[in-house]
Design a protein around this ligand. Structure first.
Ligand code: DP6
Length: 407
């Protein structure tokens, strides 16, 4: 195999998932180490629908570390990238000095070329940094033969990235140590635990988010009293209740806590001075629709949650998906001749009763939702064994679309 040649780059390709929090992380107690003011909990989404793929190549012939993101070379000097690279190399050196050799043929001094792509548009406003940093750290760790607690390294790329290091239901324990060693992500339940649970991403607008989460949460920590109340008096109990609801597959409790927590996060955004607005009129309409729908059915069948942008993420159970998709089509009529409206897991057809339409009773907002991604909980990062999947060619540089490479 060509990779045995010491002068040829060694390449490895991995994938990592997106996660959507049901108890939100909002606020840092240490900006450099990315230590949060509260614990959080998320569901890792299935990589069949949403994932980042990253190839890392190392070679003694590389002059410097370089990175290409979604087809464009970016500055490797970005402090968060540097933190991840530095930490992986530090752990690799430590392992080496403890007699555990680094992976065969890979010198610790070798420079890396990194190439990363998402299988979803960045402009869709989905949290791409979580999957991106999780994938970077996972791939680098494999390349340099580093094992052990990697979530604390991914956390230093982007806080929410630490939760993408595991599949299923994941908590990020805030920790209390100054160096952040105990601020790590842990799996609460694997993805197989709750097979009926479904996740529907309602992509509301293709605009980029107005205020980045990093700068938004900094202003919230500095100015919001509600944030203080949330971290001291709300999240600790809520985390326990949420973990219990996940263990017991108690959808009604899971859903109510998810909606309340999303609402509190956006209330903190309004309590931030100057205020931050992530939700738009379509988001507000989705919130009303979900409550009307649940009320009509006399039970909680749907939960919404929103991050730092207007997209709605809906949690529901498989048996309710078909009807809900029809409700969305009815109240947010898609563009005629637009692209595919429903992507991801297939959904059966359902017919809406007049009674349900009237009970919801909202004005329809044409084209308010661009498309829906239907998915479920999925596994954590993994290695791709097929060499044709490498994003970097045998020379260690990004492949052109037309390049074919058997490895
Ligand atoms: C609203 O992880 O993007 O999605 O740590 O500054 O990179 P940094 O922030 P980031 O914040 C995510 C915030 C959120 C809630 C969540 O995912 O818990």
């Amino acid at each position: 195999m060509s990779e045995d040649n010491v002068n040829m780059p060694h390449r490895l390709t991995c994938t990592a998932p997106v996660n959507i929090a049901v108890i939100k992380y909002w606020g840092k107690r240490n900006e450099d180490l990315i230590l949060p003011v509260n614990s959080s909990l998320s569901v890792t989404l299935h990589q069949d629908q949403l994932k980042t793929t990253t190839t890392v190549a190392t070679s003694r012939s590389f002059q410097e570390d370089r990175i290409w993101l979604n087809g464009k070379e970016e500055h490797i000097s970005h402090p968060r990238l540097q933190s991840c690279l530095r930490e992986i190399r530090r752990l690799a050196r430590k392992r080496c000095s403890e007699g555990e050799s680094a992976v065969d043929g890979i010198g610790l001094s070798h420079k890396v070329h990194i190439c990363s792509v998402n299988n979803f548009p960045t402009a869709a406003g989905l949290a791409s940094s979580a999957a991106g940093f999780a994938c970077l750290v996972y791939t680098l760790a494999r390349v340099f033969g580093v094992e052990g607690e990697l979530s604390a390294i991914a956390r230093q790329g982007s806080g929410s990235a630490c939760r993408s290091m595991h599949g299923g239901f994941v908590q990020w324990i805030m920790g209390c140590k100054k160096d952040g060693e105990d601020s790590i992500a842990q799996q609460v339940e694997p993805e197989s635990h709750w097979p009926e649970l479904r996740v529907l991403v309602l992509v509301v607008s293709a605009e980029r988010k107005p205020v980045s989460s990093a700068s938004g949460m900094k202003t919230s920590v500095e100015t919001s009293h509600l944030l203080k109340h949330r971290m001291d008096s709300v999240v600790p109990d809520r985390m326990e209740e949420m973990i219990e609801a996940v263990h017991g597959k108690d959808f009604a409790t899971f859903a109510a806590l998810t909606m309340k927590d999303s609402n509190q996060f956006h209330a903190i955004c309004l309590d931030t001075y100057p205020p931050i607005f992530y939700l738009n009129s379509v988001s507000h309409q989705v919130i009303r629709l979900v409550h009307q729908y649940n009320q009509h059915h006399g039970e909680i069948r749907l939960a919404y949650t929103f991050d730092a942008g207007p997209n709605a993420v809906i949690y529901t159970l498989q048996k309710h998906v078909a009807e809900f998709i029809q409700v969305v089509r009815h109240f947010f009529p898609p563009e005629i001749n637009g692209g595919q409206f429903l992507k991801g897991l297939p959904v059966d057809h359902a017919v809406l009763s007049e009674e349900l339409k009237q009970a919801i009773g909202l004005e329809s907002m044409a084209k308010g939702i661009s498309y829906i991604i239907s998915t479920k909980a999925g596994p954590g990062p993994c290695v791709l064994e097929d060499p044709s999947q490498h994003l970097l060619g045998p020379d260690g540089f990004p492949k052109n679309e037309s390049d074919s490479d058997s490895g």
